[in-house]
Design a protein around this ligand. Sequence first.
Ligand code: HEC
Length: 214
Amino acid sequence: MQMHSHLHSAARALRAAGMLALGLSVVACQVDREPNWEFAPWINHMFFPTAAESQGPAPVNAKTGKPVFANGMAMQKPPAGTVPHVKNREFWPLHLTNDDAGRKAADALVNPFKPAEGAAAAAGHLARGKWGFETFCAPCHNSNGDGAGTVAKKAGWAFPLATKDSKVNGFSDGHIFHLITYGRGAMPSYASQISQEDRWKIVLHLRELQKQAN
Ligand code: HEC
């Protein structure tokens, strides 16, 4: 009986010592500039990436002592197939502002997706545009573009996009693109939800709806 209780308290003391050691080791591992717990320390470079100035030298590989890029520079030529932002400015108008000047400049934009160019590709663009329109526009403007969407009816609005007398028939593709990008009045901006490509494809679909209505 006595023996048993002795063993018991010895085990408890051991356990307490173990906990203390564990606690100390955790504290000892703590370095201010580092997170306390690292899931996979061998991929440390993901937690502490090496920063480089774009116009400066390339970082040096710690193992080889050589720059990570052969030409020694941080900035490299973009890989083949990368979308050039500046060349395609007429399609990706990040420079257009949300004001009259921006709207006017938008009239000159050309939809990069054509309904007639390559039947299969065009069908894909149109299908994507239809999906986008029904997801993001139909709640207010209705699937057929007559303006009687669920939200619009509740709110008492009617902004038809594809009816015989809708003024949107006379809007340029670029103007509609600009409108989706920035929104207007009670219509929110969709810049963060709809990619630029999809905005153009939605315009493509809207043109189809207008053709059907006219
Ligand atoms: C939350 C409701 C709502 C959604 C969703 C919405 N709109 Fe609108 N839209 C409006 C309202 C309200 C107006 C009128 C804005 C104003 O002139 O004050 C409008 C106006 C427009 C106009 C101009 C119409 C005119 O008569 O001047 C176009 C074009 C348009 N929207 C296209 C779209 C497209 C394309 C989408 C989908 C990407 C979309 N809208 C999504 C509410 C919405």
